[in-house]
Design a protein. Structure first.
Length: 310
C-alpha cells in the first residue's frame, strides 16, 4: 500500500516538475515585464529578451536568464510568449534574421499577447506551421495594474486542441482566459474591446471636464458617476483626472499605462457603421500629432482642456 502511495506521489511530483519547463518571454515593456515576473512567481524558469537591454535588468535580478535575440530564446524554450508594441514588431520578432522562426523547435507553442492586426496573426500562424510550431494569438485587457497583480483577461485565438496548454501559462498572469475561436479571433475581440474603451475614456474625460467647468469638485463628481448609471471602467478604475485616483497614470503625469500611440493604432477596416469608433480613433491620432503619443491614453482629458484653452 505504502509503495503504491509513494509511486503515486512521485508520479504527481514528476508531472508537476515537467509542467515547469522553461518559458521564453520576448518584450519587457510596461505590460510584458509584469507578466514575466508573474511567471517567475509561479515557478517557471524564464528565458527573456528585449530590444532594449535596460528593460531586462529587473527581470534578470529576479532570476530570469536574459538572451540576446528572439532566435536564442526559441533555441532554449519550446513555449514562448511575446508582448510587443505593433504588427511590424511582431513580424520582425517572428520572421526576422534573428527571429523566433529561425531556431524554433518542432512542436513549440508560440503565444502572442500583442495587440495587432488579425491578418498578421493569421500570417504568423501560417509561417509557424511551416516550421512545425503552433502560433496562438492571446491579446490582453486590464492595463498595467492588472498585469502587475496577475488579473489580466486573455482573449485567445487558435487551434482549440492547444487551448489547455495555453491556459496553463496564461492563468499565471490573468484571472480570465477566454477561447474565442480560430487564429485572429482573439485580436478581433481585443479590437472591439479597445474601441469601446477609447469611446468610454473620451466620454469620461469630456464629462469630468464639463463638471469641473460647472463648478463641481472632480472627486465628488467621480463618486456620483460611480454610484450612478454613467459608471464605467474609465470612471471607477482608471479615472483620467489628476488627483482623483491614486495608482493610475493620471496621478503620474500620464506616464506608464497604455500609450496614446497604441490606442491610435487600433483601427479596423470595415464596411459597418462605427461613427463613434471612427471619431475616437481620429482624436487619438490628433493627440499623437500634438505631443501626446508617449503619454497614457487617459491624457485625452488634458488634451481636451488644452484644446479648449486655445
Amino acid at each position: 500500500f505504502y509503495k503504491l502511495i509513494n509511486t503515486w506521489l512521485l508520479s504527481v511530483s514528476s508531472r508537476a516538475m515537467a509542467s515547469k519547463t522553461p518559458v521564453g518571454f520576448i518584450g519587457l515593456g510596461n505590460m510584458g515585464s509584469h507578466m514575466a515576473k508573474n511567471l517567475l512567481k509561479h515557478g517557471y524558469p524564464v528565458f527573456a529578451s528585449d530590444i532594449f537591454p535596460e528593460s531586462c535588468k529587473e527581470i534578470q535580478d529576479l532570476g530570469a536568464q536574459v538572451l540576446d535575440s528572439p532566435a536564442e530564446v526559441a533555441d532554449r524554450a519550446d513555449r514562448i510568449i511575446t508582448m510587443l508594441p505593433s504588427s511590424p514588431n511582431v513580424i520582425e520578432v517572428y520572421t526576422g534574421l534573428k527571429g523566433i522562426l529561425q531556431k524554433v523547435k518542432k512542436g513549440s507553442l508560440l503565444i502572442d499577447s500583442s495587440t495587432i492586426d488579425p491578418s498578421v496573426s493569421k500570417e504568423m500562424a501560417k509561417e509557424a506551421e511551416k516550421m512545425g510550431a503552433v502560433f496562438m494569438d492571446a491579446p490582453v485587457s486590464g492595463g498595467v495594474g492588472a498585469a502587475s497583480s496577475g488579473k489580466l483577461t486573455f482573449m485567445v485565438g487558435g487551434v482549440e486542441e492547444e487551448f489547455t496548454a495555453v491556459q496553463e501559462l496564461l492563468t499565471c498572469m490573468g484571472t480570465n482566459v477566454v477561447y474565442c475561436g480560430e487564429v485572429g479571433t482573439g485580436q478581433a475581440a481585443k479590437i472591439c474591446n479597445n474601441m469601446l474603451l477609447a469611446i468610454g475614456m473620451i466620454g469620461t474625460a469630456e464629462t469630468m471636464n464639463l463638471g469641473i467647468r460647472l463648478g463641481l469638485d472632480p472627486k465628488l463628481l467621480s463618486k456620483i458617476l460611480n454610484m450612478s448609471s454613467g459608471r464605467c471602467w474609465s470612471s471607477d478604475t482608471y479615472n483620467p483626472v489628476p488627483g482623483v485616483m491614486e495608482g493610475v497614470p493620471s496621478a503620474n503625469n500620464y506616464q506608464g499605462g497604455f500609450g496614446t500611440t497604441l490606442m491610435a493604432k487600433v483601427g479596423v477596416s470595415t464596411t459597418m457603421s462605427i461613427p463613434l469608433g471612427s471619431v475616437s480613433h481620429q482624436i487619438y491620432r490628433v493627440m499623437c500629432a500634438r505631443g501626446y503619443a508617449q503619454k497614457d491614453f487617459s491624457s485625452v482629458f488634458q488634451f481636451l482642456r488644452d484644446e479648449e484653452n486655445q
